[in-house]
Design a protein around this ligand. Structure first.
Ligand SMILES: [Mn+2]
Length: 321
């Protein structure tokens, strides 16, 4: 038993109490944790619909619907297997992206240095770069498993600006904190700025599966490709909610028509083999554009629990590093 259990919503109604992720305990200094939820509430890298700064709050609010046992992963009780707490939010400097990066990186670094696997809740997708920097400092170059409608490997935005929600994985490759040769991008689709928008990732060394290719392969086929690509290397998993069709996840910065349903997206995650997860994030939940019922935030919370489950089944075989 981990000692860090969510409040049981069979005993205490879901709407009672402070809105930590899944009603988990708040992390305290000195806690021996396996993983922690960390909000990265920055949307200063958004080229389009800002509002993902409210993502962590929205995801926590809907995470009260989740339960600790995952029937899709051999009924693992995630929180008996792992010590997980909610580490609150990193601080940011709204409108100042690089100042925000410093603060985000410092908060992720604090967890990673303590041996804790960070599961960050964004924020727009630019927050993955400071998180990757912190995780890679400790765990070396990382294999990226990236669910997204867009590659986020564009060179620059708006006249040479290097940092944006559209550039983190090119910067990560350039900085040597991502190893593209053992990384895979999943879900690219839609219209392009330039003819090489998808092949630019391949040119960097990433493997790319488009949404069409994923749906053709099915969840088992995609999982096999991911497992083969990453092997046992340390992995950073990043999930942008715009991977999902806007009918199922309207509350995002850059919606892209023609995506997987929430059911299909969860099936892809649930089929993934246990991997050596060093860090992860769920990004681009923008509650200002969410549908009635906060469906995008609910899906974001569900994705986060699937990622924790993936970590829990891996840890069954003994702790990593
Ligand atoms: Mn993205």
């Amino acid at each position: 038993m981990s000692g860090f259990l969510p409040v049981d919503s069979l005993d205490s109604p879901r709407f009672v109490g402070l809105a930590t992720f899944m009603r988990l305990p708040q992390a305290q200094t000195g806690d021996r944790l396996d993983a922690a939820i960390l909000g990265l509430p920055s949307d200063s890298g958004s080229p389009f619909r800002t509002g993902a700064r409210f993502g962590p709050q929205a995801v926590r609010a809907m995470s009260i619907m989740l339960r600790p046992i995952n029937p899709y992963r051999d009924h693992v009780n995630v929180f008996e297997r792992l010590a997980i707490a909610d580490a609150g939010d990193a601080s940011v400097v709204p409108g100042y992206l690089e100042d925000s990066f410093e603060r985000l990186e410092a908060s992720v670094d604090q967890l990673v240095t303590g041996g804790v696997v960070p599961l960050s809740i964004g924020g727009d997708h630019s927050v993955s770069l400071p998180a990757l920097r912190a995780v890679a400092r400790r765990r070396g170059p990382l294999s990226l498993v990236h669910f997204d409608a867009h590659s986020d490997t564009w060179r620059t935005y708006f006249g040479g600006r290097k940092y944006s929600a559209g550039t983190p994985f090119r910067r990560g490759a350039e900085e040597g904190i991502i190893d593209p040769a053992s990384s895979i991008q999943l879900g690219m689709r839609g219209s392009l700025f330039r003819a090489d928008d998808v092949s630019q990732s391949v040119d960097l060394g990433f493997q790319v599966l488009t949404t069409d290719e994923m749906l053709e392969l099915g969840s088992a086929g995609v999982a096999a490709q991911v497992a083969e690509r990453v092997g046992d290397r340390p992995v950073y998993l990043t999930f942008d909610l715009d991977f999902v069709d806007p009918a199922g996840a309207p509350g995002v910065q850059t919606p892209e028509a023609g995506g997987p349903t929430p059911r299909e997206a969860l099936a892809f995650l649930r089929a993934l083999a246990p991997m050596n997860l060093a860090g992860a994030d769920v990004v681009e939940v923008n509650p200002l554009f969410d549908g009635p019922g906060q469906v995008t935030a609910l899906l974001g919370a569900t994705v986060a629990l699937e990622i924790l489950s993936l970590l829990a089944v891996r840890r069954a075989g003994g702790p990593d590093e």
